[in-house]
Design a protein around this ligand. Sequence first.
Ligand SMILES: [Mg+2]
Length: 118
Amino acid sequence: MKILVVDDSATMRRIITKNLNSAGYDDITEAENGEEALGKLEGIQLILTDWNMPVMDGLTFVKTVRTMDAYKDVPIMMITSQAAKKEVIEALKNGVNDYLVKPFTAGTIAEKVKGLAE
Ligand SMILES: [Mg+2]
């Protein structure tokens, strides 16, 4: 399964990728903002994206992906510290399939990714 990890924090990308590797997912592509991610969508089967990023934030990225015929059904999980109910609802309304709040455990991310990958 080809997974795209989008986050402006290199440390966070490293943690997420490491957790995915431990869970058995080893085809990981990284991008540091939504705009860079849009150029790396080819073949991607699952997207994990941060919300707050410079250049193009996660919500704008999700909205853009959902307008693209080839990627409108790709599962997307938002991983962010924006845990307010209002934000979660807005994300889900705009096409996010699942939501993970930072900080998270290796077990939680593995479980959620497994759920989305099935
Ligand atoms: Mg960020």
